[in-house]
Design a protein around this ligand. Structure first.
Ligand code: NDP
Length: 598
């Protein structure tokens, strides 16, 4: 396959009407290099993966998100202007959201449209916004086109300012949604739900919080985010560090200065080179006296090429344009039957080989981009990712790679080992000490474990994670039998979408329809039927059988750090189109899928 072909499929630039299709591989098209070329690269991928795994065999337990005691400062809310002092609340609402990010905002909007008046958001932060409330680090922006990522644009009459929206614009949009749908009225901020227990007699949920509240609700929506709880890599000596330190999701502008001006005489260190670090590093590089970037696995950095929104295009948009765009997108994810037939007619081995070869071509283009943009050869080599596209979250940035040409920016490549030692002055790697005044942890987030801060107990007092201890069991990743009137958003067993808000909107519509149906038919509860649950678990397993990601990919949160994993404990891989079809289909025959009780 030629380079041109790969480039075409990754180019969306300068056309706001296009969806951001990043890389599409087609096994009916052969690649044009000798197979040996691809085999050698694949062998190198495996070698790098093993190196990384052997250096840190402790999998998921290499991290901690138990940010208490000495570590509590990494989770403190820097955006709260003051602690809200209030008396505990004891009252009842019809629907209660645990979390105030996009999951809650989108679903609440749909509930309002269906006449639900009593809606409460309970949120740990001091405002709505979720991810975009917390992540305000310099350069925070979204990698999905703003016209697709920012939801409810038709409803709010808003057109984003540029192809990719920046953090503050997205946060402001979240606030605008909350205003429009009156979601601030009953919202409780700076409050964490600690227990959500089903009362079988009264058929309501009883919730308690870290503020001593005793809340009840008919319907509870677990909307606490996919990647919400910051985690730290456990590193020997980290508690002895005497300089300043913080996690990227709690970016310390009080220390760094609003425009990072306080860093001009500071030595800065950053641990991690994931999607967050990629956005921060160019800004830190320009502001700091020196910047040391401690890398374990390089990110794949593709073209961003952001453009401001064309005012003429914006003026030409007709009401309902975003809905029409999203509908087109769903249809666009529908497999073309002729193409599918052609693909299926290929021998399985050849199909896999061509997918892999094209994937390798794609990654080699990423390598060439590093060579073009990074002047120092050794640094460029170290910045090349050696794994298949989509083994790790791909990133899109035009400033990251050139930042390594700045004389004050230094890459400390740990060759897959990662930082393993910190002392009172800074980081120690390979016997060399790197003293820094401030150390920033860009080490990511716990992947959503339902009820991450919360003890959820359904019928018979069974805790949800205990139910899942022998494998997750849900319908559509949203309902779990024995947990009536409880809806889970953005979790496993649902489809995975690069555009997360699209997934959440799909779930939000479904949840709103479920609640509407329950209310309008005079029922008190809706619960998944055990047989629907079994059917969905089987569907999830069927499609997860086709992925080798856990085994072959370099470790990361996409593949449970390379740990063995039950096939049902992950996303539904049947495709977004199929997922939407399943939800739409259930809507026409809810009683087949769910038990309703009066
Ligand atoms: P990630 O989990 O993606 O990255 C964590 C980073 O820390 C990795 O580079 C990891 O290395 C590194 N790390 C962990 N432990 C060590 C160690 N001991 N020494 C050195 N490095 C270490 O978190 P992010 O916050 O970057 O991103 C999380 C997700 O949030 C993204 O995947 C994306 O979904 C979303 N996001 C989206 C953005 C966008 O739209 N542009 C921007 C930011 C985030 P290793 O890879 O080896 O594990």
């Amino acid at each position: 396959m030629s380079d041109t072909k790969v480039k075409e499929s990754t180019t969306r630039h300068n056309d706001p009407n296009k969806m951001a299709v990043r890389a599409a591989f087609d096994p009916t098209v052969p690649t044009d290099k000798p197979q040996e070329f691809y085999d050698q690269i694949k062998a190198k991928f495996a070698e790098e993966r093993d190196k990384r795994l052997n250096a840190r065999p402790d999998g998921l337990s290499q991290y901690t998100s138990e940010l208490t005691g000495e570590l509590a400062k990494y989770e403190t809310d820097p955006w709260a202007e003051e602690r809200i002092e209030r008396e505990p609340i004891e009252d009842h609402v019809e629907t209660l959201f645990i979390g105030g990010g996009f999951s809650a905002l989108l679903t609440a909007a749909r509930l309002r449209e269906r006449g639900v008046e009593s809606i409460r958001i309970v949120e740990k932060g001091s405002d709505v916004g979720g991810t975009w409330y917390w992540n305000r680090y310099p350069g925070a922006a979204c990698d999905v086109s703003a016209y697709d990522y920012l939801p409810l644009l038709d409803e709010l009459g808003y057109v984003p300012k540029s192809f990719f929206a920046k953090g503050p614009e997205i946060f402001a949009h979240c606030q605008a949604i909350a205003e429009k749908y009156d979601l601030y009225d009953l919202a409780i901020f700076q409050t964490t739900v600690t227990a959500t227990h089903w009362d079988e007699k009264d058929k309501i949920w009883r919730l308690t919080t870290d503020r001593g509240d005793k809340l009840t609700a008919n319907f509870v929506i677990v909307a606490n985010g996919t990647l919400a709880k910051p985690k730290l890599s456990k590193i020997k000596g980290m508690e002895t560090y005497q300089g300043h330190s913080f996690h990227t999701s709690r970016f310390d502008y009080a220390y760094c200065g609003h425009d990072l001006e306080n860093l001009k005489d500071k030595r800065v260190g950053i641990i991690g080179t994931g999607a967050t670090a990629v956005q921060i590093i160019p800004r830190l590089g320009r502001a700091a006296k020196s910047l040391h970037v401690f890398q374990r696995t390089p990110s794949a950095i593709d073209i961003r090429d952001d453009i401001p929104t064309d005012p003429e295009w914006a003026a030409s948009l007709k009401p309902g344009w975003q809905k029409e765009r999203l509908d087109r997108h769903v249809l666009g994810t529908r497999p073309d039957p002729d193409k599918r037939k052609e693909i299926e007619s290929l021998p399985r081995e050849l199909r896999t080989q061509r997918y892999e070869n094209q994937n390798i071509e794609h990654q080699m283009r990423i390598h060439r981009r590093v060579e073009e943009l990074v002047e120092d050869k050794a640094t460029a080599e170290a910045l090349k990712p050696w794994y298949m596209h989509r083994c790790k979250r791909p990133t899109y940035d035009d400033e990251y790679l050139p930042a390594f040409n700045l004389p004050n920016v230094h890459l400390v490549d740990t060759d897959g080992k990662g930082v393993t030692e910190i002392n009172e002055r800074g980081v120690v790697f390979d016997g060399v000490e790197y003293p820094v005044d401030v150390l920033i942890y860009a080490t990511g987030f716990e992947v959503q474990v339902t009820g991450i801060y919360n003890d959820i107990r359904g019928e018979g007092g069974l805790e949800l994670n205990d139910k899942y201890s022998t494998g997750m069991r849900t319908v559509f990743g949203i309902h779990s039998a024995g947990y009536p009137n409880l809806f889970i958003m953005g979790g496993y067993q649902a489809s995975f979408q690069f555009n997360l808000t699209f997934m959440l909107q799909t779930q939000g519509f479904h949840i709103a329809e479920c609640i509407k149906y329950t209310r309008e038919n005079g029922y008190k509860t809706i619960d998944a039927k055990p047989e629907s649950e079994q059917w969905w678990v089987d569907e999830v397993i069927k499609f997860r059988g086709t992925t080798n990601r856990n085994k072959e990919c370099t470790p990361g949160y996409y593949n449970f750090e390379g740990q063995e994993n039950r096939r049902q404990d992950g996303n539904y891989n049947g495709g977004m189109y199929q997922y939407v079809q399943h939800l739409d289909n259930s809507k026409t025959k809810f009683p087949e899928f769910f038990d309703f009780q009066q």
